[in-house]
Design a binder for this molecule. Structure first.
Ligand SMILES: [Zn+2]
Length: 436
């Protein structure tokens, strides 16, 4: 049984509270490798695509997951050279933290046989010391970003395609959580042309917020809203950069509890800047220490409510670990807990490996709801597409069963934190949908 057969989307408007619209549309145009059952099947797919890829375009793929194959070895650069030839080929792992690249892509990324690992990244090598095409973290990012940037017209196609896809899943409102400067004007153009299928809320990065705000009078519409700014308090679980109260079981050297990315001063400043513009603030915080730091700053710096109609002054994104002492603070402080339960489906192994003693603190949705952080009001669901697919039923499955569809109940992560199916769908309901 597949996950979307398990839970059927009920009628009524839905909100996708955490998406990356342009990246989703772009990924939809790439090779989808998520259903490749083996390395051989993957190489076959690459070799079919390569002849249709005209320079300077690259063969780009997403969803690479060798961990799921019987033989989990990554494809090597030589194998990819055999499949893609001289066309640069770069395949992104499902979690966006690693790529497999062929020789042409390595060259175009500035990596040769003698290149040292870039700071924060790893160039994996074969037994002779030669790069084998498997790149991690910063090295993966460098290669991925070396591919030619889409033209504005291509971006517009990507955005149109992403919004149509999201609408097809029942979404009527989509929040973009790191909006490019050009996204607002582009979405407004679609709206003016009668081609905008969903309401869009934009959250550009904090370092662009004042500039984007200054020009936003030209593109803000009823259905195209500048909602606030986005910043990052920590990294991610898979890269062991989430900022946690307890050490990772297998930590990065020198960073046993991950990496804080914002100081209390930075957070206070971000709160003050968004308040000055009458906008909201969205802070990425995955680890329990990051969540606590954001709540602490808010407790000190918050003031009278502000933000446009329905826009929360503060929302915390991801919140994968929340310490028991912080659960009640969301409702007490009026902070939106913006979670993507579907990530649990991919993160079960890393959580079990790194935080075996803290699994009861993973997405404590039941405790949050009991403490007044109610689904749809202060608890919002989203997917973080294209990191994972945007099917809302995936998050409902994860929130209700706390495990993947094919797993048994004894593999569930703290099932006492489950929500009911009705509560889970409510977390996808936009406020206005409930009222009207
Ligand atoms: Zn995101």
């Amino acid at each position: 049984m597949t996950t979307h057969d398990t839970f059927t989307t009920p009628p009524g408007p839905l909100r996708e509270a955490h998406a990356h619209i342009a990246a989703h549309g772009r990924a939809m145009g790439m090779l989808d490798l998520s259903d490749c059952p083996s390395r051989g099947a993957l190489l076959e797919r690459v070799s079919m695509a390569a002849p249709h890829t005209r320079p300077p375009a690259w063969v780009l793929g997403v969803g690479l997951r060798p961990q799921g194959w019987d033989d989990p070895r990554w494809p090597t650069r030589d194998e990819l050279d055999g499949a893609a030839g001289a066309t640069p080929c770069c395949l992104l792992s499902f979690d966006y933290h690693a790529v497999a690249a062929n020789s042409a892509a390595l060259r175009a990324s500035g990596f040769d046989d003698d290149s040292p690992d870039p700071a924060g990244g790893v160039i994996c090598r074969d037994s002779a010391g030669r790069p084998n095409g498997h790149l991690l973290e910063r090295a993966a990012k460098i290669a991925w970003e070396a591919a030619p940037e889409p033209t504005p017209a291509q971006w517009k196609d990507h955005v149109r395609r992403a919004l149509a896809d999201l609408a097809s899943h029942g979404f009527t409102q989509v929040h973009d959580l790191l909006s490019q400067d050009w996204l607002g004007p582009m979405v407004a153009e679609l709206d003016d042309a009668g081609e905008l299928p969903v309401e869009v809320w934009l959250y550009p990065p904090m370092d662009r917020l004042e500039a984007v705000h200054a020009g936003s009078g030209a593109w803000r519409r009823d259905r195209v809203r500048l909602a606030g700014g986005k910043c990052f308090a920590d990294g991610t679980l898979n890269s062991k950069t989430a900022w946690t109260l307890h050490p990772f079981a297998n930590p990065m050297p020198d960073h046993p509890r991950g990496v804080p990315l914002l100081s209390a001063g930075d957070l206070a400043q971000a709160i003050a800047r968004t308040r000055a513009l009458g906008l909201g603030l969205a802070v990425h915080a995955i680890g329990d220490a990051a969540v606590r730091a954001v709540l602490d700053s808010w407790e000190v710096a918050r003031g009278p409510a502000w933000g446009g109609a329905g826009v929360p002054p503060l929302r915390i994104e991801h919140c994968e670990l929340i310490d028991a002492a912080d659960v009640a603070r969301f409702a007490a402080l009026g902070v939106v807990c913006s979670v993507q339960p579907c990530h649990l489906l991919a993160d079960i192994e890393v959580l079990g490996r790194e935080f075996p003693q803290r699994l009861h603190r993973v997405l404590p949705l039941r405790e949050l709801a009991a403490a007044g952080c109610l689904p749809g009001e202060l608890m919002w669901f989203g997917s973080d597409v294209p990191i994972v697919r945007p099917h809302p039923a995936d998050s409902v499955l994860a929130a209700v069963r706390r495990r993947r569809a094919a797993m048994s109940d004894d593999q569930a992560i703290s099932p006492s934190q489950a929500l009911s199916e009705g509560e889970s769908w409510r977390a996808f309901r936009p406020a206005r949908g409930r009222a009207g």
